[in-house]
Structure formats: C-alpha cells, structure tokens
Design a protein around this ligand. Structure first.
Ligand code: EPZ
Length: 457
C-alpha cells in the first residue's frame, strides 16, 4: 500500500505481531463464505434485475470482484455486509486485465456474460503459487453448450456459434470435479435452451449455495450437491435476495487454532455438516467436539498425530491442509498429510521447519514428526492458507512472531487479528511506515529501532 503525503510517498506494509502461548476462550463470529460470495457476485450478471446479497464478508477479493463487475457497467451499493448488485445496464463484455490479474474467480463471469449477452472476453486467469490452475474443463463444457472459444495472447474470446442466439443444453462429464468449472457451467446452462446434465460435478457447499440462489432467480436446477446435476434452461432470470452461507474454511481455521493451543472455543454461525471430515480428524487427534444447531464447540487437550488426505467435498478440504499441518507439528507421533488437489500447496513447510518443526515432503506428501515447541520468528506468508498456518504456528510458539505478507491473508479472513484478540490471543496488526532493513528470517528478539511501527489492534 502506498501512502502519499506532502509530496513524499511512504511504502506501508502491514504485519501481525503475535505473542504466542495464549489460551483462546469464548465465541468467534464466522463471516460469510468468500468462495460462495465470489461466485454469487458473478451470478448476479445473469439477470437485469437487482440482487441483494447479505452476509458478504469484507475481504479484498470481494472488493476486487466488485471492481470487475463495475468495469462491466454493473452498479454496486455496499451497506455494511450487504451488497446490492444492479446489472441492468451492462455495457461492456470485456474484463480488464489489470483487474482480473490475481483474482481467479473473475473467470466465473464468462458463464453469465455468454449466457446473457452471447459474448465474453476474459484474460486467462494465470496460475498462482499453489498450482497451474488450468481452465480446460470450463472451456470444454462451454463449447459443449454451443460456445465458440478462441484463446489468443492469453485472452479468452467466447461467443455463440454462428446463427445461434442462445446456448443450448448438453450432457457434460467433467474429467475432475472442478469447483470453478461446475459453477461456470451451472451459470451458463441456467439460461441455455433445453436440458444440461453435468456429471462428476463438484459437490462443495458453495456449489449448493449458488444453486439455491439461481433457483430463487427462477432457474430450474435439480440435485445440487450431488455428483450429477440437472439444469433445465429458462428464458430469463429475475432478481432476488440471498444470504451467503457461513465460511466453513474460516470456521475450520479457528477450530484448528483452538486445538493447537489446547483451548475451548465456540464458532458460530456454521453449518456442521460442511465440516464433517475436519471435525472427525480433530476428534481423532484428541479434541472434544460438540455440535449444537449452527454452533460448533471444541475442547482441545492432547494432540495425537493423525494422517489426512485432501479430497473434493465431502472429503478433507484442501483449504484446511496447511492449517491442519501447523497443528500436526506439535502432535505426539508421526503424521502424514497428502495433498491431492493442488500440485504446489506446501509453501508453509519451509517456514514451519525454520520455526522448529520436523517435516519432510516427497511427491506432495508431507511427513511430520511432532516436536515439543516452535520458535517465534519473522515470517512471510506466501498464499492465503499458508499464512493461516503460520498464524497457528505463531500461536503455538511461546515466543514473539511477526507475520508479513498480509495481502494474502486479507483476501480470505475478515478482521482475523480482531477475532483472535477477542478470543484472548495477543495479536496486533502493525503498520510499518518505513521498510525494515533486516532479513525476513531473523529471530524474534527485535529491538524497536529496527522497525518503526504504529500498533493497531
Ligand atoms: C476453488 O478453486 C476455490 N476457489 C479454492 O479455494 C479451492 O481450494 C478449490 O476450489 C478446491 O476446493 C474459489 O472458489 C474462488 P478447482 P478452483 O477447479 O475452482 C484442476 C482458497 O484458498 N482443474 O476445483 O480453482 C485444478 O488444477 C481457494 O479459498 C483442472 O484440471 O478449484 C486443481 O488441481 C484456493 N481443469 C483441481 O482441478 C480445470 O478446468 C481443483 O481445482 C479446473 C480445475
């Protein structure tokens, strides 16, 4: 972030200062799901009537998606956690590179633009630090629905095949249960002529939330959440109001943090069956879990080593692999964590080892031997969920840690330092108004001269 003042510009970087070993206690409010809100925003362009979204998390990814929609001519109004989206006057069907870059979810707009306007031009969503992130399943499915797609100089140009004024239904079998591809095809098929069947569809709760909203808008979608989804296309979709489901990944992150600090907390609102696989593994590793309505309480005590293997829903979610690995660093015994969804989602291992963990990785499988303690140190998060893992490791340590790279964290966790502080953790967000000169991996016995900071809770 750059701050301008009296003709000078200061480079401002934020970091979290964490004094570890606090026991967490109390109840934490879970925000709306990032990965639901993003696709619901994209789905809003399917109608020329107003969509009112409640429980929208305040995250940088949501702001970015809002800017992308506004660049198309969509009008957005924000009131606290409510977003009113008016796509009456979409004038542009081309997403600007500078906005799309770094927000993969922007590619979801292709389904809505194609279905409603018959054309879309979207820069290829690049890979990111967890993997290549291809879109071949999206493209293959859209072609089956009657889109003509060419990719030139990393720009995806899509339009209807000649002489057709609408997409048409098709039978599509995905080669992998891609969340994004399922969502893109659901949006495109909702306005296509005739029936579409998506086989090997993703079953994540965010898919079900999207289908619930699309059906409120007049879509005819059956069996959302199952491997085979049926969509009977309609002529038009209307506006509606919809509340975003709670963020199961944020809830899981806090539950894992409680287990890692032998704490007792309650997370709410949450839908317990969105976290079955995670709750089972937390119980297997020694925590006590109580589910009550839209709340889950955890009582952490001993931590036994358990093996996990990430898988599409309802399996163990890849987005909680890194946080769970932080827990396993101090478990009693040896554990094995297999990442089967993304090819490069072990970015947290190096820094966890520098903190004193004992982890080796081979062919996307991490082998962890539990240790007794972790050192506090200066850390830099490299992606959203790795950053969450570093926070959990810092809470485990009995020393001070500084975590940089908050631009990743702020994409997916709303006010995480405030929520942790309210649970009793000693966490503050610091704003560094002068770049630190020292290396990013020094010990935590920093003296104040090194970093001129202004502390903010
Ligand atoms: C969504 O990403 C989420 N993002 C991710 O959350 C989440 O990790 C992922 O689903 C898996 O659950 C959003 O919803 C915005 P995929 P997405 O398509 O849709 C391969 C977070 O931390 N694949 O299900 O991109 C792909 O390479 C983020 O919140 C193809 O081969 O995930 C990957 O290995 C990270 N071809 C696997 O499928 C395709 O066309 C899963 O990808 C598409 C995907």
């Amino acid at each position: 972030m750059v701050c301008e003042s009296n003709n000078k510009s200061y480079l401002e970087s934020h970091n979290l200062k964490i004094i570890g070993q606090s026991t967490l206690k109390g109840k934490v409010k879970i925000s709306g799901a990032k990965n639901s809100a993003l696709v619901l925003l994209a789905a809003s362009i399917l109608t020329d009537e107003k969509i009112i979204l409640d429980n929208v998390p305040q995250l940088t990814d949501i702001e970015k998606m809002g800017s992308i929609l506004e660049s198309l001519g969509v009008k957005l109004q924000t009131k606290d956690h409510q977003l009113t989206i008016d796509s009456t006057n979409i004038s542009n069907k081309e997403l600007p590179f500078e906005l799309v870059n770094g927000l993969r979810a922007s590619f979801f707009c292709i389904g809505g633009l194609l279905a409603r306007f018959g054309e879309a031009t979207i820069p290829l969503p690049g890979g990111c630090n967890i993997g290549k992130r291809p879109i071949n399943e999206h493209i293959r499915g859209l072609k089956a629905l009657g889109a003509k797609i060419i990719i030139e100089k990393d720009i995806v140009k899509a339009k209807l095949v000649e002489k057709r004024n609408r997409l048409h239904g098709a039978n599509i079998r995905l080669n992998c249960p891609s969340v994004g591809a399922t969502e893109t095809l659901l949006m495109a098929a909702s306005l296509a002529e005739g029936r579409t069947v998506i086989e090997n569809a993703a079953r994540e709760p965010e898919i079900q939330d999207l289908c619930n909203m699309l059906n409120k808008m007049g879509a005819k979608i059956y069996d959302a959440g199952r491997k085979k989804i049926i969509i009977d296309g309609v002529q038009k979709l209307v506006g509606c109001s919809h509340k975003v489901i709670p963020d199961r990944i944020e809830a899981g992150t806090f539950l894992i943090a409680a287990a890692a600090t032998s704490s007792s907390i309650t997370v709410s609102p949450v839908i317990p069956n969105h976290l079955e696989a995670v709750l089972n593994k937390l119980e297997e590793s020694g925590s006590q879990i109580t589910k009550k309505g839209n709340s889950i309480s955890i009582k952490g005590n001993k931590i036994e080593a358990v093996d996990i293997k990430t898988a599409p829903f309802p399996g163990f979610p890849t987005d909680l692999q890194a946080p769970f690995m932080a827990l396993m660093t101090i478990a009693k015994g040896r554990s094995k964590i297999s990442e089967t969804i993304f090819e490069n989602r072990m970015n947290h291992v190096e820094l966890l080892n520098e903190m004193g963990s004992s982890i080796t990785v081979k062919n996307n499988v991490a082998y962890i031997t539990g240790v007794n303690k972790l050192r506090g140190m200066k850390l830099v998060g490299s992606d959203l969920r790795s950053s969450a893992a570093l926070i959990i490791a810092a809470l485990i340590s009995n020393e001070i840690s500084f975590i940089y790279g908050l631009e990743h964290l702020d994409r997916g966790y709303e006010s995480i330092e405030m929520k942790l502080s309210m649970l009793g953790a000693q966490v503050t967000r610091e704003i560094d108004i002068k770049k630190t000169k020292k290396s990013m991996h020094e010990s935590s016995n920093l003296n104040k001269e090194d970093v001129s900071i202004a502390s903010a809770a």
